[in-house]
Every structure is written in C-alpha cells, then in structure tokens.
Design a protein around this ligand. Structure first.
Ligand SMILES: Cc1ncc(C[n+]2csc(CCOP(=O)(O)OP(=O)(O)O)c2C)c(N)n1
Length: 302
C-alpha cells in the first residue's frame, strides 16, 4: 500500500460521504487494484442491472435535470449523431450527444471504441478516484489547509476518455480541470498532495499554486494560471513535432515519431485573444497532429 500524507489520511478516515469500500478503493494503488479487482469479480454491467423501464426513467430524469439546471427549464433531447452547428441558428437547446444508452449499450455500432475491459476499468477508476479526491481537497481548501483548489466535477469523462485515446508519449497541455489525465497516466495521489501542499517533494518544488500540476515524465506540461496561454504553446509544440516527423521521413531516427499534442481549454478561455491566434496558426501552419479539446460546462460568464 502506498503512503498518503497524514492530512489526507485523516480526511479519508473522517469523511462521512465515503463508505468503507470506497476508502479501501482510494487507498489502493491505481494500477494494481484495477487488475486485482478485475481478476476476482466480474463487473456487473448496467444492462444486467437495469430494466428497460428503469432505463427510460433514468433518461427522463437526466434530461429533466439538465434542462432545469442549465437551460432555464427548457426541454433538451439526446442525439446519437455528431454534427457541427452554429449556435445562433438553433431555436432549440443543443441536443446532448451520447453513444450509449442508460443500460450501457451502444446505440450505433461504430460508436463502440472496442477497448478491452481492462481499459474500461482503468478509465472508471481514474474518474471515481478523481471525484473522491476532489471532494477531499475541496474540503481541505475550505478548511484552510491549502490555499486554492479547482474541482473537476462534470468534466471527468471528457478528459479521462480522451486521455485513454492518446499514446503515453503524446504531449498534453491542460487548463486546470483535467487532473484525470494525470491520474490515468499514473501520477500518484501522493504526488498530487505534494503539489497541492507545495512541499519539497512536489515535482515543481512548491513554486506553483495548488492544482498547477506538471510532469515531464508523463508528458504533461505544467498548468499556467493565465487562461489560454497553453493554446499557442500547444501549437508551437505541434509544429515542432511536425518538423521532427518531417526529418524522420528523410530517414533520421527521432524519438518524437508520430507524437501528437492534445490541448484542453474551457469555453471561457476560448474568448481570449491567445485562443484565436492559436486556432489561426493551427489551421494554417500545423494542420495535423494537434487535438483541441474544448470543455464547456456553461459556467463562464464573459
Ligand atoms: C487571462 C486570465 N483572465 C482571467 C483569469 C481568471 N479566471 C480563472 S478561471 C476563469 C474562468 C475560465 O472559464 P472556462 O475557461 O470556461 O473554464 P471553467 O473554469 O469554466 O472550467 C477566469 C476568468 C485568468 N486566470 N486568466
């Protein structure tokens, strides 16, 4: 079992929202516990756990909840088609894209990513671990134990799923709500705590604000506080990779072969000038090898 900082352990033991099983799950190292559990007990799929009627009720609940929370009680629908639309041409709210139904079954054959159960478990574990870690660290900030915190609630699937589609050598530029990428890539909870508590064991030697993670080993560039600065930097890295890959084509062996850059940003960050400059250079100079992941939770108010 790995060692966790005493403050986190205390929070873990006293957190009323954690069941004993959940606590145990958090205390297990990410990689080994996933494989051990997989070997011991088969996962119960949502399909076997829910009836048709329950699935319909669950769909209805999710649509109503989303409409009430974010759309001023307007009705929203699910869609299985990915489509590009200009928001001002829509009279109705944007439909919610999904590729599985409430029972976990794929709605269209081509939506199935065909990854092994091991990958599904790894994704799930990163998402749930992140969720619990967020609750503890958010409370820690409110208790004055750490100076600052940003949670990842609601964006777990988006960034952990995209991380699973990348190669470990692909370079990531994050905003600040993509901690699941680091968990998925293997950064330990202990290392996360060192960063948030800004101590000497932190990879950044305690010189950054909390949640400004970075790991050279895991190809994750350290988070910047000023919004959107990561975007032109990501374009620069993608251009460098493109040049390296070009050299490779001429027969020069380089370890950058086939690497891509993935850059995350929020909808609020997208209104910064840096974002527009970055998109422009990406479209005209880089053209390929750069993945943009824009995450909108309808919270930005500018
Ligand atoms: C250049 C700059 N302006 C303002 C801020 C303050 N700030 C921090 S987070 C944030 C909201 C960003 O919204 P969004 O990109 O949608 O991300 P979200 O937090 O909603 O996930 C703002 C305005 C900043 N960090 N940098």
């Amino acid at each position: 079992m790995h060692r966790l900082p005493s403050t986190l352990l205390r929070s873990l033991h006293s957190a009323s929202y954690l069941t004993p099983a959940h606590r145990l799950h958090l205390l297990q190292p990410l990689s080994t516990s996933a494989s051990t559990r997989q070997a011991k007990q088969p996962i119960q799929t949502p399909a076997s756990a829910q009836s048709e009627q329950q699935a319909e009720q669950s769909d209805e609940f999710r649509l109503r909840e989303y409409g009430e929370k974010y759309l001023g009680h307007r009705r929203v629908e699910f869609t299985e088609e990915l489509d590009v639309r200009a928001w001002h041409t829509l009279m109705e709210p944007f439909p919610i894209y999904r590729c599985t139904d409430a029972r976990g079954q794929f709605l269209r054959g081509e939506g199935d990513p065909h990854f092994p159960q091991e990958t599904a478990l790894r994704i799930y574990k990163a998402m749930t671990t992140l969720n619990t870690m967020d609750k503890i660290l958010y409370d820690s900030q409110r208790q004055g134990r750490i100076s600052f915190y940003m949670t990842n609630f609601g964006e777990e699937a988006c960034h952990v799923g995209s991380a699973a589609a990348l190669q470990p050598s692909d370079l990531i530029y994050g905003q600040y709500r993509e901690v699941g990428v680091l968990l998925y890539r293997g950064l330990s909870l202990e290392q996360m705590m060192h960063q948030c508590y800004g101590n000497k064991h932190d990879l950044g030697r305690g010189k950054q604000m909390p949640v400004h993670y970075g790991s050279k080993e895991l190809n994750f560039v350290t988070i910047s506080s000023p919004l959107s600065t990561q975007m032109p930097q990501a374009v620069g890295s993608a251009y460098a990779f493109k040049l390296e890959n070009g050299k490779l084509a001429e027969g020069k062996e380089r370890e950058t072969k086939g690497r891509v850059v993935c850059c995350y940003f929020g909808d609020g960050a997208a209104s910064e000038g840096d974002a527009h400059a970055a998109f422009n250079f990406a479209a005209t100079l880089v053209k390929s090898g750069l993945v943009w992941v824009g995450e909108g939770i309808l919270k930005a108010d500018f």
